[in-house]
Structure formats: structure tokens, C-alpha cells
Design a binder for this molecule. Sequence first.
Ligand SMILES: [Zn+2]
Length: 158
Amino acid sequence: MTKKRLEKLHEALEAEKKALLEVEASLAGPGGLGVPMGEATGELSVYDNHFADYGSEMYERSKDLGLLENTRQQIAEIEEAQNAIAEGHYGYCHNCGQSIPESRLMALPRTLLCVQCKREQEDRDEDQRPVEEDEIFFAGEDAWGLGRDILPNEEFTH
Ligand SMILES: [Zn+2]
């Protein structure tokens, strides 16, 4: 792999990490999961606390928790990939040591496994991690929208 391409991938990882950290901050920070339930939606909803609202808030929080978990997982993967770049073994499968095709790296810069090992890992982890990496990737994209949806008091401004 050329140095230039490696730099490009490093930049892509950096940009993706930055975006994910913002998602994480908006999910875990004020207005998100960082505040106890009830306080998160502001005084109005506590005052006007219908049972149904409570239920949907519970649902929103559990959805956000899953998202937060996914986001942190992706950040960890990116950091691992960046370490691999620094140590010079980026682009080689973590498991079998074979070189990973550049097209795969371009499509998913944080990948550490070749397609075959990734599949085997997914088969093994099926119970714990039923979501395929591509779906996780898109969940990350969704997080952009969700991140905006849970801005503090947004629901009272329209
Ligand atoms: Zn492999």
C-alpha cells in the first residue's frame, strides 16, 4: 500500500472517530443518558408525567444505550486500526496475517480482519453480536439523526 493511501485512510479514520465521539457525547452527555430519567426531558415532562410518556422514554433510553454501546465499540475499533497504522501492520488481517484487499480497507477503514476471518468471527459471536459490521456502520450513520433528536428540550421548541 502506498504511503499516500495510508495517509488517506488515517484521515478517514480520524474523521470517523471525531464524528463518533460527537455522537457519543450527545448520547452520554447532558440531555442524553448522562442525566437521570425525568431530568433528561426537563421539568415540563415531570410535571405532566403520563404513563405512556414514561414508557416511550424508557424505550428511547434503551435504544440510546444500544446505540451508545455500538458507538463505543466502533471508536475502539478505529483506535485499534490507528494503532495498527502506527505499528506498521495495518492492512494485514489480525487473525490470519493475510493482507486485506485495499478495496475492503477503503470501504471500511477500521476493519482489522479479512473478509473470511470476519465471517468466522461473526459465526462464533452470533449469540453476542448478531449485527453484521455493515449494519453497525449504518447504525452509526443513524446516530447522526438520533443525536440531533435528543438535543435538550428540543421537543418543546416546536
Ligand atoms: Zn484473516
